[in-house]
Design a protein around this ligand. Structure first.
Ligand SMILES: *Cc1c(COP(=O)(O)O)cnc(C)c1O
Length: 382
């Protein structure tokens, strides 16, 4: 793996994962569409063999993501974030215990609960912002799953404290870093053993790819995860990986803009009479503000709000916007808006009226004008 030890992260997003400098070689890695590879009688030791095991198109993306996360080994691309989550969860031994935030990504919680229902493991759901509560649940745990800020409540965990405590009881620490990206947080520096990404979101960044990845510096864990990927077959398509690397090139610019937009919108929303509550770690009044400031290099591009007037007002808001797109998912260039409890699987601890905003890179005044017009057309304010 090429290491660019002295480059800043925003330079790395551009410089990492390039083909070797040789006369006439391309500046960008090509897409390799081949299910199988030529074999020689005397193997060289780096055999590709068959494209479920490896594909040259994966390599540059896996190297670039590892460099960004500060990992010693290449990342592993998966067919989706949840495919990566399944591989990470497979590290829990049969009969083992997983501690997971009650407000972690819904698919990850559902997957853990499905494995519990099959009798493969036990799940303990916790309020990850409540350090004492998490510490109290770690006894006998095999894995601590962290997500911070959580989705969609934006609770912030004390990652390093919890990771240390998990290691003290012999548990592995998996951190879903999708919301932050490595530009905002590198969980390996806080003690994570495995970092998970839904590459679908910020890393690819254009809402045109479904892809996942895992990152670790531990060779044994990486071998187990590679073996899981090869045997379970949840592999990434070459075109998706190529698109993700293309998206990664602009990650720093997109994050910068999205976070600046989110900060300003959060401030304005907090002062709007039709908004009852704003959750955004960047606001000094937010319960997670101090921790986020200590651990993160930014406050992210996701805001959750509760409009005055409850569920009806929330639905009216989502229906009234014109520029914001009513859709699930997050992390793309376009701004998305969604009332989360619309989804039947959303935990009941998420308020009915909570609307999640994924703030894109559009002009701040256009985003605000659209939200403001929609807020003042809500039933309570007509
Ligand atoms: C979307 C998401 C996932 C799942 O990823 P997919 O690519 O949709 O499979 C996992 N974690 C978080 C935080 C997500 O936002």
């Amino acid at each position: 793996m090429t290491q660019h030890a002295n480059l800043a992260p925003d330079t790395l997003t551009v410089a990492a994962g390039r083909p070797r400098r040789e006369h006439d070689s391309p500046v960008n890695p090509p897409i390799v569409l081949s299910s199988t590879f030529h074999e020689t009688v005397a193997p060289t030791g780096s055999d590709r063999i068959y494209a479920r095991m490896s594909n040259p198109t994966w390599d540059p993306f896996e190297e670039a993501l590892a460099e960004l996360e500060g990992a010693a080994l290449p990342a592993l691309a998966f067919a989706s974030g949840l495919g990566a989550a399944a591989a990470a969860l497979s590290l829990v031994p049969t009969g083992g215990v997983v501690v997971i935030p009650r407000h972690a990504y819904g698919g990850s919680v559902s997957l853990a609960l499905a494995e519990e229902a099959r009798g493969r493991l036990t799940v303990r759901q916790v309020d990850v912002a409540d350090t004492e509560q998490v510490l109290g649940q770690l006894e006998g745990a095999d894995m601590l799953w962290l997500e911070s800020p959580t989705n969609p409540m934006l609770e912030v965990a004390e990652t390093a404290v919890l990771a240390d405590a998990a290691h003290a009881v012999g548990a592995l620490v998996v951190v879903d870093n999708t919301f932050n990206t490595p530009l905002v947080c590198r969980p390996l520096d806080y003690g994570a053993d495995v970092v998970l990404h839904s590459v679908t979101k910020y890393l690819a960044g254009h809402s045109d790819v479904v892809l996942g990845a895992l990152v670790t510096s531990n060779p044994e864990l990486r071998d187990q995860l590679t073996s899981y990927r090869t045997l379970h077959g949840a592999i990434a398509g070459p075109f998706e990986v190529w698109l993700a690397l293309r998206g990664l090139r602009t990650l720093a610019l997109r994050m910068e803009r999205s976070q600046a937009n989110a900060m300003e919108l959060a401030r304005r929303l907090a002062g709007h009479p039709a908004v009852e509550r704003v959750r955004y770690p960047g606001l000094p009044t937010d319960p997670g503000h101090k921790r986020a400031t200590a651990q993160l290099k930014g406050y992210g591009g996701i805001i959750s709000i509760e409009p005055a007037g409850g569920r009806e007002a929330a639905d009216a808001l989502v229906e009234a916007v014109r520029l914001w797109l009513p859709a699930t998912s997050l992390g793309g260039v376009e701004s998305l808006i969604e009332r989360r409890r619309r989804q039947p699987g959303e935990p009941k601890t998420v308020p009915e009226a909570l609307v999640r905003l994924s703030v894109g890179i559009e002009n701040i005044e256009d985003l605000w004008a659209d939200l403001e017009a929609a807020l003042s057309s809500a039933p309570d304010n007509r």
